[in-house]
Design a protein around this ligand. Structure first.
Ligand code: GLN
Length: 280
């Protein structure tokens, strides 16, 4: 337990508890700000100030959970993505910074002024809501097979007053009316089902249904490629986020199901993470 409830003592104790994690200092600060309502600037300016014992108790409880590996985003209940603060819950994946590249790529396309866009496997709503916020004239449909995710995405839309997005439950295209979109985006599950990566860090606490997709990780991407042309106008794009080593395979799948002019984009780490094609 920390010696006193002074901010500097609480942080020092927490850093020690979380020493095995490379993000110990940031995690400690984020958790203390969350429990106390104080800003990071306050923590740095007034390290000797004491916090009330209810805050100290709440902080200790969260640090203990973090020590067991629980993701910080689940502990505090939100994650910032693009320009939006999104509610998160163990029902779905925590939005990743690299997924902002899917948003950026979608925004760089030349689409009609009031484009119809579909986001498959929306999770917290991250991609759909970022697009809805940036393009108020677009009409966005976002679906997820998990009702928990659908509810979360709907709450996030309401929190940000985004009314140009309609969110409902559908297992990929199953519940989607015979409608044609100008763009389909998806950050589907794409991790190989036996990947060792699933046994490390935050992903251990995230739902497998949002992470894995068969042995190759490509089952869902293939299914989407196979069906997407029925839901796209000629000239429309289908764009995926995928694993760092899947660009070639995703390109092959896009070609196999009739897409052309395929293009892959690398993330800030130089890894090929986004691939899309155009329906002729
Ligand atoms: N990018 C995620 C990860 O690194 C995987 C998410 C997904 O399968 N869509 O854990």
């Amino acid at each position: 337990m920390p010696d006193t409830s002074a901010i500097c003592n609480l942080l020092a104790w927490s850093n020690q508890q979380l020493a095995h994690s490379p993000s110990a200092a940031v995690d400690s600060r984020v958790l203390l700000c969350h429990c106390s309502g104080l800003t990071p600037a306050y923590l740095m300016t007034w390290p000797e100030k004491q916090v009330p014992s209810s805050v100290e108790q709440a902080f200790i409880a969260l640090v203990e959970k973090r020590k067991l590996g629980h993701p910080v985003a689940y502990l505090i209940g939100y994650r910032d993505f693009w320009t939006l603060r999104l509610k998160v819950a163990p029902d779905t994946l925590i939005p990743r910074p690299e997924t902002e590249l899917l948003v950026e790529t979608s925004l760089s396309l030349s689409l009609p002024e009031s484009a119809d866009v579909l986001d498959l496997g929306t999770g917290t709503g991250a991609v759909a809501l970022a697009l809805a916020a940036e393009r108020p004239n677009w009409s966005i449909t976002a679906v997820d097979s998990q009702m928990g995710a659908v509810k979360l995405a709907q709450q996030n839309a309401a929190l940000h007053n985004l009314t140009n997005v309609s969110i409902y439950q559908s297992d990929w295209f199953q519940q989607i009316d015979s409608k044609k979109f100008d763009l389909i985006v998806s950050n589907p599950p794409y991790v190989e089902s036996n990947s060792v990566y699933l046994k490390q860090g935050d992903v251990r606490f995230e739902p497998l249904s949002a992470l894995t997709s068969g042995k190759s990780g490509l089952d869902d991407i293939e299914l989407i490629c196979q069906r997407a042309s029925d839901y796209l106008v000629p000239g429309a794009s289908l764009i995926f986020e995928h694993g760092y080593n899947q660009a070639e395979k995703v390109t092959q799948l896009l070609h196999r199901y009739g897409f052309e002019q395929c293009r892959t984009i690398a993330d800030l780490n130089g890894l090929a993470r986004i691939t899309g094609g155009i329906l002729p």
